[in-house]
Design a binder for this molecule. Structure first.
Ligand code: GH3
Ligand code: MG
Ligand code: MG
Length: 687
């Protein structure tokens, strides 16, 4: 995955900065200060890409590249000039004659430059990757441009606050106001690439902290320094804004809303009618849903591999619905898509084949024509049942620019992000959008992030939620407070995007792992008895509330002891794993599957009768019995199972009664010769 990259620059600071960024992306970076050093490195190991920053101290960068090209035609070269003026005369020669792929100049915005470098590799991995990056880059630059525009206003607001605080030095509130404003510009400006401004703001922030302890004379001196720094900041702001403008020039930057519309989900729609697909795409845009269109089965499978999907809507294709069912099953067999929620779309003329649909796992039926409202409802439903899908991140920060820039970075990684500017609404928002992780600002109006965190930890539902603080306060006290209030991690502002991503991902992985470890069985990947029972109680309560039906099925592998004895215990484990995997891929994502214990499994289905499920599970039995299992000695063998069904409310109103009934029928199935699914009690034998 990681590539080997040469970073040749006489400027040590730049090497350190970009070295961190590129290593953060998983690459190996080889630093060189001089042309000779660079050449040495290239000769010693095979490198994928060279970043050349001119001019060097020992020779002309141009000659150096020329020499390199003579011996190495493959290596990708990126050239970073000192300024736009420096590269102008050589542009043509570098690009065409010397095959330089990326030409830019300092100052670079590290994250954007990192992404540009990445795109050099991506171009060989497929177009979509590159265009995704292009979108990201454009949006990021749009954000930076916009910030450059509002920065002068922010600085003059700060000037007013400074004026007020200076004239009333004993007033701590006024001092706090200055501090808060400077703090914010430091964090946001720094994250968006306004480095100098950010540093000057850090000075102002620190000064206000010292102010109360100083004598009048010392204060006066410090205030005059603060004012000077503020002037510097104005100048630096203009300069840095210009630099941004240069980076942007030649690129289309739209004056779009800050972050671009956040999409709530990515849904694939498969239909042979491309006019219909266009309509759905428009509906999707209205409802902030990314629609991935596919007109054939093959295209659908290809696109599913390309884009991370949250759900798929598959149209019943005319006379051959089997084709749609087959596609549904194939999608669920792709790696990572075992839990992909599916809906079937039908034109109404089709008789719904319940058994086939239950078996291949449709969670929902939709009728054509599709209305905007029903699409939205369907999406909400499908996304809510997607387990282990795209992570949902809530960013709570009162600074819209800062929140937007972070949202952009996370969205580019496929996460679903919501921003919240007003922390007092956090509980409501989290009800609506239960996040997998919360990024929480510390300094907010009215309430601190630490207080929010403490409050959340008092709510049972959010006790295990990963919470990461975003703060410009880097002192030991602040860090201690972050952990004391129940935070999991801590990210200093200005944020380095690579670090942000890394920490968010690590936290998410960890949280997911913990949950899986406690709920899931390692051999089969299914819910353990306790977790299953909890979910089942929920399902039965829901059926009760909605006056709906539900069906459970207990399954037991036939002659499993013999399997172990004949083919080995490891082969036995493989049988259990195989059945677990098959169960995960069939039926709806929101159906329940668990390992009840030993070689016993349990399933539960909403809104389905036992008659339908008997047939659907028989299909599964048929599939299972055809799987070739391999014994420890290489011998091939086949296995079957038996099952007992019970339905709510006919066979029992409590979980206990349903389990009793299903177990009795499973026993009947065994008695009657195994390899069958029983849905009724045996007629009492008479003498
Ligand atoms: P029947 O068709 O009547 O269900 O016969 P059976 O042999 O399947 O029934 P029995 O309950 O007598 O045997 C179950 C066996 O399953 C006994 C136990 O050693 C084995 N078993 C239970 N858990 C595991 C496991 O995790 N891995 C393996 N390999 N075997 C297991
Ligand atoms: Mg058994
Ligand atoms: Mg058993």
């Amino acid at each position: 995955m990681g590539k080997k990259i040469l970073l040749l620059d006489s400027d040590r600071h730049f090497r350190k900065l970009m070295g961190n960024v590129l290593e953060g992306r998983g690459h190996d970076v080889f630093e060189a200060e001089t042309g000779a050093e660079g050449r040495n490195l290239i000769q010693r190991s095979h490198l994928d890409l060279a970043i050349i920053c001119g001019p060097f101290s020992d020779e002309s960068a141009l000659d150096w590249i020329n020499t390199l090209r003579k011996t190495d035609k493959e290596i990708i070269i990126a050239y970073v000039g000192l300024s736009i003026q420096e590269i102008q005369p050589y542009r043509e020669r570098l690009m065409t004659e010397l095959g330089v792929r990326l030409l830019t100049h300092k100052p670079v915005i590290p994250f954007v430059f990192g992404a540009q470098i990445e795109s050099q590799f991506a171009s060989s991995d497929g177009l979509s990757q590159a265009s995704k990056l292009k979108d990201f880059e454009t949006m990021f630059l749009a954000l930076v441009t916009k910030y450059a525009r509002v920065l002068p206003q922010k600085l003059s607001d700060l000037a007013k606050s400074i004026e007020a605080a200076k004239s009333d030095s004993a007033n701590l509130d006024l001092l706090a106001e200055v501090r808060g404003q400077a703090h914010k510009i430091k964090g946001t400006g720094g994250s968006l690439g306004f480095r100098q401004v950010s540093e000057l703001m850090a000075f102002i922030e620190d000064s206000t902290a010292q102010m109360p302890d100083l004598t009048g004379e010392e204060q006066e001196l410090l205030w005059s320094q603060v004012e000077r720094k503020l002037l510097d900041a104005k100048e630096a702001g203009e300069l840095e804004a210009k630099e941004v403008a240069q980076v942007v020039s030649g690129k289309e930057v739209e004056d779009s809303p800050l972050s671009g519309p956040p999409s709530i989900a990515r849904i694939m729609v498969v239909d042979s009618d491309s006019v219909f697909l266009d309509t759905v795409e428009r509906l999707g845009a209205e409802r902030q849903v990314d629609i991935v269109k596919a007109t054939t089965t093959r295209q659908a499978l290809e696109k599913a591999c390309l884009y991370p999907l949250d759900a798929a809507l598959v149209s019943m294709i005319g006379e051959s619905p089997e084709e749609s069912f087959r596609l549904a099953r194939k999608l669920r067999e792709l790696p990572g898509y075992e839990t992909l929620p599916l809906a079937f779309l039908s034109g109404g003329e089709l008789i719904r084949d319940n058994v086939e649909a239950a078996h291949s796992g449709a969670s929902l039926y939709l009728d054509k024509p599709l209305e905007s409202d029903s699409l939205e409802k369907a999406v909400q439903h499908l996304v809510s049942i997607r387990q282990g899908g795209r992570p949902r991140i809530l960013i709570c920060d009162d600074d819209e620019f800062f929140a937007s820039s972070i949202a952009l970075v996370l969205r580019a990684e496929g996460m679903i992000v919501r921003m919240l500017l007003d922390p007092s609404k956090i509980l409501d928002v989290m009800q609506d959008f239960p996040p997998d992780l919360l990024l929480l600002d510390v300094m907010m109006p009215g309430i601190t992030g630490f207080e929010v965190c403490r409050m959340l930890r008092g709510v049972p539902r959010w006790q295990d939620l990963p919470i990461v603080f975003l703060t410009g306060q880097t002192g030991v006290d602040a860090r201690l407070e972050a952990f004391r209030s129940g935070g999991d991690d801590y990210l200093p502002k200005p944020v380095v995007n690579e670090e942000l991503l890394m920490r968010v991902k690590v936290r998410l992985d960890r949280a997911r792992l913990m949950k899986e470890r406690s709920d899931k069985d390692t051999i089969t990947g299914l819910l353990l008895r306790r977790a299953f029972s909890e979910h089942l109680s929920g399902m039965i309560a829901e059926a009760h509330r909605l006056k709906a039906i539900a069906t459970i099925c207990l399954i037991d592998v036939d002659h499993f002891k013999k399997v172990n004895d004949t083919y080995g215990h490891l082969a036995g484990d493989r049988v259990l794993a195989g059945l677990g995997q098959l169960l995960s891929r069939r039926f709806r994502v929101d159906d329940l599957r668990g390992r009840w214990g030993g070689e016993e499994f349990i399933l539960a289905f909403r809104r389905e009768s036992k008659e339908t499920m008997q047939k659907a599970i028989l299909r599964l039995l048929d599939e299972f019995s055809r799987i070739d299992f391999k014994a420890d000695d290489g011998q091939i063998f086949h296995v079957t199972f038996s099952g007992g069904l019970a339905s709510y409310p006919d066979d029992g109103e409590s979980v206990y009664e349903l389990l009793q009934t299903a177990d009795r029928r499973l026993y009947e199935a065994k008695k009657a010769g195994r390899r069958r699914i029983v849905l009724e009690d045996a007629v009492a034998a008479t003498t």
